[in-house]
Design a protein around this ligand. Structure first.
Ligand code: NDP
Ligand code: 0GV
Length: 177
């Protein structure tokens, strides 16, 4: 495997990764955009700088990489895959900055897809809407909810008040509308 180390909060770095891929591979069939910066699970704390930084990592770098990769993807009639979340489709408490970055991805890439159709550009754009997955930082979330954090006492799913979120986090999707 090849890698380029750096941080996606710097759009120049995001563009460099694509250039390095071009030099190393000579073209690109697929661009999978997946990384996310660390955030917190709790009530919005008013930190606007955190929202800006998260937008740079989770949103702007995706825009920069897709834009830089587009000539290669047009050439190969390839694909862009954008990893998003249910929190990027429905407002959900305790993930305000993260959710904003995922909604932004939907706005940008779903609109771009429409333009590709109008212009007959044969590059597919797939937005993946994932539910809860037991990885990285997210591992702490079910325990936080079970412990009544960040809201004291238990709380219910805002979309279906009679049902608790716990079954959903344990893999039972019956809470979904
Ligand atoms: N887990 C979940 O419940 C859900 C996840 N998703 C989505 O799935 C995707 C993957 O999530 P998941 O695997 O859980 O996330 P993790 O938090 O486990 O991993 C995040 C990855 O992003 C990288 N990263 C973090 N900050 C930066 C940065 N500044 N520059 C470059 N890379 C960075 C990390 O690299 P390093 O390890 O080197 O720091 C790490 O590889 C994301 O798009 C997420 O939104 C969607 C719905 C639910
Ligand atoms: C219709 C709704 C009731 C569905 C609610 C689903 C909720 C519980 C699911 C859907 C998407 C999930 C979050 C997610 O996408 C990614 C992360 C990043 C990780 O670092 C920390 C955990 C976090 C915030 C997940 C927390 C749980 C979320 C909000």
């Amino acid at each position: 495997a090849r890698f380029v180390s750096g941080s996606m909060e710097d759009t120049a770095f995001a563009q460099r990764v694509v250039r390095e891929a071009q030099l190393a591979l000579g073209g690109l069939d697929m661009l999978i955009l997946n990384h996310v910066g660390a955030s917190y699970f709790g009530f919005f704390d008013g930190d606007v700088e955190h929202v800006r930084k998260l937008l740079e990592i989770n949103f702007l770098s995706y825009v920069a990489m897709a834009t830089s990769a587009l000539p290669m993807l047009k050439e190969s009639e390839g694909s862009i895959v954008v990893v998003s979340s249910m929190a990027g489709k429905v407002g959900f408490p305790f993930t305000v900055p993260y959710s904003a970055t995922k909604f932004a991805l939907d706005g940008f890439f779903s609109s771009l897809r429409q333009e590709f159709t109008i212009q007959s550009i044969n590059v597919s754009i797939t937005l993946c809407i994932l539910g809860f997955i037991d990885t990285g930082e997210s591992r702490a979330v079910p325990a936080l909810l079970r412990a009544g954090h960040p809201h004291p006492g238990s709380f219910s799913c805002p979309l279906c008040p009679p049902l608790s979120l716990s079954p959903l986090l344990q893999g039972d999707p019956t809470c979904l509308p």
